[in-house]
Ligand binder design. Structure first.
Ligand SMILES: [Zn+2]
Length: 160
């Protein structure tokens, strides 16, 4: 089980502690075996990093640091994504355009499908009915009104 001071050992080697904290870490490393092991590992890692001609990729350094600290490096899908703000804004904008504007455009360009879905109106077989087209008022071709003459049934019907 890693000691909670182990991370401070790394900070100590990086000279990122106050003098009081550095003294406390030095005393602790002298008494704690996991921290002494970590200290030696850190020193060896630093020596290896300095002897490497090109510094290893940040992912490799990250994995090595976490291997010493005893925590497993989180898998790639758990890591925090850093997206530049303009890219994020553009992504949100594209999502809005795709979800809000595009359905309206596609609905407007396909008015014939809405006409075919209308229920069939009863029509007299003799001649075509007058049709009032409202599309010139709303510019969309959405509705048409079909005027159907009432078929007058004979009054003396022999209905049962
Ligand atoms: Zn310790």
């Amino acid at each position: 089980m890693p000691c909670e001071w182990t991370e401070k050992v790394s900070l100590y080697l990086d000279d990122e502690l106050s003098s009081e904290e550095a003294t406390a870490v030095r005393v602790h490393v002298g008494t704690c075996l996991p921290c002494r092991t970590a200290y030696n590992d850190f020193v060896r890692l630093r020596a290896e990093l300095k002897s490497t001609p090109a510094p290893p990729a940040p992912m490799v350094q990250y994995a090595a640091l976490h291997a010493i600290l005893g925590e497993p490096a989180p898998p790639w899908w758990r890591r925090r994504l850093t997206i530049p703000a303009p890219v994020f804004a553009l992504t949100v904008l594209l999502a809005l355009v795709g979800g809000y504007v595009l359905p309206r455009i596609t609905n407007r360009t396909a008015p014939t499908t809405s006409q075919t879905r209308q229920p069939a109106m009863p029509q007299a077989p003799s001649k075509p009915e007058p049709v009032i087209d409202f599309s010139r008022y709303d510019h969309g071709g959405r509705a048409t009104l079909v005027v159907v003459k009432k078929t007058v049934l004979p009054a003396t019907g022999a209905r049962s």
